[in-house]
Design a binder for this molecule. Structure first.
Ligand SMILES: [Zn+2]
Length: 425
């Protein structure tokens, strides 16, 4: 089948996410975009007479999953680090990343990670890269991605200051603009000031201004640990000692309170739409403050469990109207890079949770968090034909969303721009 010829992909159930499920549904793909969807007969009626139909037998067809928070360059460390509090985990991770040959191992790990994502029906990732090395590997891979270039003030490797981040970003963007290779247009560059305690306050504010002015996706780790929460709220605590002993102190003074931090960094100012990673230790005031902004929150359920954090307040964020996304974090603190595995993990912990809500967190919400909801995250007209077929599980409820979440059906096929990128053998 020619990749540019229109084609129909059909299945027992179509689950568009932003509209009602359709039994015996189909999607018409033209030039990589969704040009019609609905009941198979209706879609066939608007397609060319000789259109090819790719029927996914006993399957549910839905938009590809969007993983809003990962670090693919850590894939090669899978299984090497024990479950532990974050700081102890960092202490083990940092030395192994400095061993000889690490760069090559990490690059190979990224190739493997992309294969794992596609096999799990993940069609877009929000990937954070410490030095930009993963961007080179990812730009020639078929997965759609937002590559966030990470800033740590005073880091031993660049970017270690805001000016350096801007110079690297411009250089990468210029190269990307000239890149006519097959998958170059599936890469969007973003920036990521790492966290409040590793980036100078003035540099976080500069990143927020840049992202807002240039409409660049931005993500930042925030309120990830109890120690960070205490520090941001001006409660003494142990973070300063943790940072100093690891050479991570930025020289900034401890914030007097978190409201001052929000104000000075402009993290929640309108027009920014920052993607806030984790917020494990958010209180009611933080939730209300985020809800009044256009920021999104991404939480990583299994990594959250891995690091032994307290219960995540994700449902309180949703009740407050916040856009909540799902991420996997890296394979150095997780078992798979599957968003579906994350959602099933949450459902196993909270069986009464609405399956449709969970699926939105792993598709359209995550797309919005990456500032891509105009292109991906749902089966809607003119969106890219990024799709996944999941085997229907006869032992699970018949309703499509519940069948995906409460069943154990595997991903049987994945498409990006209507092109097959994974097919279960
Ligand atoms: Zn992270």
């Amino acid at each position: 089948m020619s990749t540019t010829a229109p084609c129909i992909i059909s299945a027992d159930w179509l689950l568009p996410i932003t509209s009602e499920p359709i039994r015996d549904g189909a999607v018409l793909v033209r030039h990589g975009a969704i040009s019609a969807y609905g009941a198979l007969d209706a879609v066939r009626g608007v397609a060319p007479p000789d259109v090819q139909i790719d029927h996914q037998d006993r399957a549910i067809l839905m938009p590809g999953f969007v993983n809003a928070h990962t670090h693919l360059e850590l894939t090669c460390y899978h299984g090497q680090l024990q479950r532990a509090p974050l700081w102890d985990w960092f202490d083990k991770l940092i030395p192994i990343r400095r061993e000889s040959g690490a760069e090559e191992r990490e690059a190979q790990g990224i190739h493997r990670a992309v294969e794992m994502c596609l096999a799990a029906g993940v069609t877009t990732v929000g990937d954070i890269t410490r030095t930009g090395a993963s961007i080179e590997t990812l730009r020639s891979s078929p997965i759609r991605k937002v590559c966030f270039l990470e800033l740590i003030s005073g880091a031993s490797q660049p970017p270690s200051a805001f000016e350096e981040l801007v110079a690297m970003f411009k250089r990468l963007q210029t190269n990307l603009n000239k890149d006519t290779s097959l998958f170059a247009n599936r890469l969007t560059l973003g920036i990521s000031p790492h966290a409040p305690y590793t980036v100078r306050l003035t540099e976080i504010a500069a990143c927020m201004d840049l992202a807002r002015d240039r409409q660049i996706p931005l993500t930042i780790h925030l309120l990830e640990t109890q120690e960070e929460s205490d520090w941001l709220r001006g409660h003494g605590g142990t973070l300063q000692a943790i940072l100093e002993s690891r050479g991570l102190a930025t020289g900034d003074q401890q914030p007097t309170d978190i409201d001052a931090w929000y104000t000075q960094t402009k993290a929640l100012d309108s027009g920014g739409g920052a993607l806030l990673a984790h917020l494990n230790y958010a209180g009611d005031a933080d939730i209300q403050r985020v809800a009044a902004s256009d920021a999104s929150v991404v939480w990583c359920p299994r990594a959250h469990d891995y690091f032994g954090h307290r219960d995540h307040p994700w449902q309180r964020f949703i009740e407050a109207g916040v856009n909540v996304c799902i991420g996997t974090d890296s394979l150095a603190s997780n078992e798979t890079l599957s968003v579906l595995d994350e959602l099933r993990f949450v459902a196993a912990q909270e069986p009464t949770c609405d399956p449709s809500l969970l699926l939105r967190c792993g598709t359209i919400n995550a797309a919005r968090g990456l500032q891509m909801s105009d292109q991906i995250g749902a089966i809607e007209l003119c969106k890219r034909a990024d799709l996944v077929a999941i085997d229907r599980d006869d032992a699970a409820p018949d309703e499509a969303a519940a069948n995906v979440i409460h069943g154990s059906g595997a991903v049987s096929a994945t498409w990006i721009d209507g092109q097959s990128v994974f097919q279960k053998r």
